[in-house]
Design a protein. Structure first.
Length: 334
């Protein structure tokens, strides 16, 4: 009961804070006051915002970004695994410091029987993880894997040697691709070279490695308003072009969580942004709910701006001002 009361009071306080915002402050300069670097792109948004990138894929590696974990807590957890020998279904292999208090290397394996069909076909899987404390606030957890092939449905005779060689290769890969290229970054600092902007950090590269992920920017002044930028999703978004798509039956989280009886298309058509050809669809979902979307023609980039009807409510003209101020600032940062 007390927990429910706490959350109810918190929600009311948040709503009250948002409802006191003076919407007369909404000008083009307000909407573009601060620059953010997202992946390989940059965009300008209001000052009082928060950005979240929690999970992405880079060069086929999964990168998880955590604000709740630290390198110290991670090492403590690994020590427990080392003592027990098992991490869920995975067997402990080794762990080591690559940079004390900053970068830690961890290896596990499934340890399947070598005569299993999956092992005969694909090899026995090993999992390598790099924990990198980019600054005091953000821990990057980077996952890769490798396999060791079976020989006549048995473990290879030189298994230990093969393990060591593969582990050394994985460690060298982490050193070369991540540890030597990662640096801390202030959230409003734009890089002066090619690479990927992450929460609290910047990963230098040649600009050609595949990046798949999304970034959410929450507008703290305006309750339940946020901007989402999806990057690099052509393999699971290759469907009808945006202008021919049924937006209301899309996979949009916002569309699927808003109740509306009717909708209106405010604007729909082709729109190019700083050399990126694309199109936009702007919808009013009734009761001051709005959903605006732009997508590049190659479907590699998608930008969504959504606002629920919570206070302060915005008019159609105010939403158009926000969209037409923010969207033209989107471009490659380098």
């Amino acid at each position: 009961m007390m927990r429910k009361l706490f959350f109810t009071i918190s929600a009311l306080m948040l709503s009250a804070c948002a409802s006191t915002f003076d919407t007369s402050k909404l000008t083009p300069d307000y909407w573009t006051a601060e620059v953010y670097c997202l992946g390989r792109y940059q965009i300008q948004v209001p000052k009082n915002t928060q950005e979240t990138i929690s999970d992405l894929f880079y060069n086929q590696d999964r990168i998880r970004i955590s604000k709740d974990e630290t390198i110290q807590s991670t090492i403590s957890s690994i020590e427990n695994v080392k003592n027990e020998g098992v991490d869920y279904n995975e067997l402990y292999v080794l762990d080591k410091d690559l940079i004390p208090s900053k970068a830690h290397f961890y290896v596990t394996k499934y340890g399947f029987d070598w005569d299993m069909d999956i092992v005969r076909d694909f090899g026995n899987p090993y999992f390598t993880t790099l924990f990198n404390q980019v600054d005091d606030n953000w821990l990057y957890i980077i996952y890769t894997s490798f396999t060791i092939a079976a020989q006549n449905a048995k473990a290879p005779k030189n298994l230990e040697k093969k393990e060591q060689e593969k582990i050394q290769q994985a460690e060298k890969y982490f050193q070369t691709v991540y540890i030597s290229q990662l640096e801390a970054r202030n959230k409003n600092t734009l890089p002066n070279q090619s690479g990927v902007c992450l929460n609290g950090g910047f990963l230098k590269d040649n600009g050609k490695n595949k990046l798949v992920g999304d970034s959410t920017i929450t507008f703290n002044d305006l309750n339940d308003m946020n901007l989402v930028v999806y990057m690099g999703y052509p393999y699971n978004r290759k469907n009808l072009p945006l202008l021919k798509r049924d937006i209301l039956n899309s996979s949009s989280e916002f569309i699927n969580t808003v109740n509306f009886d009717n909708y209106k298309t405010i604007r729909k058509g082709l729109r190019n942004i700083n050399g990126l050809s694309g199109s936009e669809v702007l919808l009013s979902l009734g009761k001051d709910n709005y959903y605006f979307i732009w997508e590049s023609d190659n479907q590699e980039v998608q930008i969504e701006l959504a606002k629920r009807s919570n206070q302060p409510r915005l008019s159609e003209q105010q939403m158009l001002q926000a969209w037409d101020s923010i969207l033209p600032t989107f471009k490659r940062h380098h």
